[in-house]
Design a protein around this ligand. Sequence first.
Ligand code: FAD
Length: 443
Amino acid sequence: MGNPRDNFSPVYDVVGIGFGPANLALAIALEEHNDSAPRDQAVTALFLERQPSFGWHRGMLIDGATMQVSFLKDLATLRNPTSRFGFVPYLHARGRLVDFINHKILYPTREEFHDYLEWAAAGVDHLVSYSSEVTEVRAAGDLLEVVVQGPGGSTVHRARNVVVACGLRPRMPDGVKPGANVWHSSELLTRLAGRTADARRFVVVGAGQSAAEAAEYLHRTYPQAEVQAVFARYGYSPADDSPYANRVFDPEAVDVYYDADQDAKDRLMAYHRNTNYAVVDLDLIEELYRRAYQEKVRGQARLHIRGVSEVTDVRDEGTGVTLRIRSQATGTEETVTADAAVFATGYDEQDPVPLLGPLAPYVSRDTAGRLRIGRDYRLSLDGPGDAGIYVQGGTEHTHGITSSLLSMVAVRSGEILRSVLEHRDAAKDRDDTALALEGAAHD
Ligand SMILES: Cc1cc2nc3c(=O)[nH]c(=O)nc-3n(C[C@H](O)[C@H](O)[C@H](O)COP(=O)(O)OP(=O)(O)OC[C@H]3O[C@@H](n4cnc5c(N)ncnc54)[C@H](O)[C@@H]3O)c2cc1C
């Protein structure tokens, strides 16, 4: 491997780290800007993605699972309703527009939405480098250097701005490690691939949407297997998707949340957590209940909902897994063996700071130690240069509940692009003024 510095590429206006829906939406916003702006106003960009091709939560692309967001909240429409990258142009391109209308749905399957995302990603393919894992961002004067590991070794790209959109990190309970038969739900389908259909028992831990989807899928796919769903609640709770509550996902709600004081922010988050966290679509709850009831009628129960319970010990035995399950009501414990245990125990926001390496000490934090982030998603940096570091995700404490979701990706991309352009114009004005002053000094 040569010296990465020998490998310098041009200076990009924007280098995006991660190419999930958030930075894909930004790539589309840039592409549309470049389509209409004069040539000297174009924004140059490169997006770096560690996966070998576009993929959105492939491990949970469960057959029949539906989106939790309207198809109109696609990658572009809320920013530009006439965008060629919207879900409606996608349907038209695929020859399904009329069929979709007849279907009368707002929430397509995740499979169809994934196809839409792949279609949109193909439209901006010239801006993306796949199999490219970013390992470090460092300062170089007023620029940033982005260090990438790819199949050909290490490369360094230079940028005026970096947009970090690395998504969420799967969370396992303390002390539980993934293994051959202990999985996080994000890996469900990849871990099941190649497994024979003769599994006898699965345990699914968690009470949110992914947990309910995993329980439903395992129950449906393994007709001989028992599925035990373990969680602390009494039963699954429905997601609040009523119209007024749904307004927490509106662009205006981001302004309200951003400007609110900490007490108001805490209250808003507590009131409306149940629009997204540890809740399940009512249809799915009812489907699980219907199945469990039908099994009772037949006297052959396979789906067991174990509320008020927790897993206290997990042992991956190689051929299967042994769990200790404790009733939080009585304190009694039971040992359960299963073919596999699926922990649908959520995700954590990614902290972008470890990626920033030597820049980390310059990142400004509030009194609670959290990142200071501008309304335009730009990190506050106390030096060393003028380059911009923007984040998509990891902004729940400043911008609210949409931080890691799809609802805001179109609008947020437009906001980030506007900020990049404003900073570029301001820098040019400063340079012009400095040149004029220098010229005057020589007169
Ligand atoms: C199963 C599931 C279903 C969901 N359904 C919905 C839904 O219906 N509606 C909704 O609003 N939200 C949903 N979400 C929330 C989800 O966070 C968003 O859908 C969306 O994935 C956010 O996009 P993103 O680009 O921020 O993150 P991601 O989609 O996670 O993309 C991040 C990308 O960055 C890449 N990456 C990470 N680190 C690096 C690195 N160092 N170098 C290069 N590349 C890197 C990753 O490989 C990944 O491709 C769902 C989440 C899950 C897990």
